[in-house]
Write a protein that binds this ligand. Structure first.
Ligand SMILES: CC(C)(COP(=O)(O)OP(=O)(O)OC[C@H]1O[C@@H](n2cnc3c(N)ncnc32)[C@H](O)[C@@H]1OP(=O)(O)O)[C@@H](O)C(=O)NCCC(=O)NCCS
Length: 163
């Protein structure tokens, strides 16, 4: 479960991406293993998609002043997607060399605090299963499967975290 009282030794921040940092953030995708690549789009694709969306919110994840990850929310209420259920973690990745150090957990904890302060009480996600799947990561943070598929075509299983 997420415990916002737990802090890691490193300083994790969610920062805006700028013209100066976008290249470095895009290159983080190259550090994922081949298996992990199947579970998340390249950051460059995500940032491009965000610029064609009215409901995307994205930030780079920094640890000790270095970019180490990327996250993007779908804020819901999209007139093109009347079925969307609420705030959805659209994309999330931590660079290969930075994985396994609690940075992903810390980034989601910060995201939840940000959403909470804005009156949101749940966060949806979806993931594929199989080798390299982030399912165990989301489960360990307290996400619970909803039993619904986010996308039948891509076998994306939906889960939700409520607080
Ligand atoms: C999933 C991902 C974001 C996790 O980031 P991370 O910084 O390595 O995760 P953390 O170190 O914060 O791990 C937090 C907990 O999740 C567990 N965990 C992390 N990845 C896991 C996995 N793939 N399977 C099972 N458990 C996992 C850790 O063991 C840790 O458990 P603990 O707190 O009980 O010790 C990262 O592996 C990643 O970017 N993967 C590739 C892209 C991806 O799949 N993104 C999600 C798209 S839906």
């Amino acid at each position: 479960m997420i415990d916002s009282t737990v802090s890691t030794a490193r300083r994790v921040e969610l920062r805006r991406i700028t013209g100066d940092t976008v290249y470095e953030v895009c290159k983080l995708s190259d550090t994922l293993s081949e298996e992990q690549h199947d579970f998340v789009a390249d950051n460059g694709i995500s940032i491009a998609e965000a610029h064609f969306s009215d409901v995307a919110w994205f930030r780079a994840v920094y640890a000790d002043d270095k970019p180490v990850g990327f996250l993007m929310l779908h804020l819901g209420l999209d007139e093109d997607e009347p079925d969307s259920r609420g705030v959805f973690l659209w994309r999330f990745m931590i660079a290969g060399p930075a994985q396994g150090r609690g940075i992903g957990r810390e980034a989601i904890t910060m995201l939840v605090a940000w959403l909470k302060a804005r009156g949101t009480s749940e966060l949806y996600v979806s993931y594929g299963k199989g080798p390299g799947s982030p399912e165990g990561f989301y489960r360990s943070l307290g996400f619970v499967p909803t039993g619904r598929m986010h996308s039948d075509a891509e076998e994306e299983y939906e889960a939700v975290l409520r607080w």
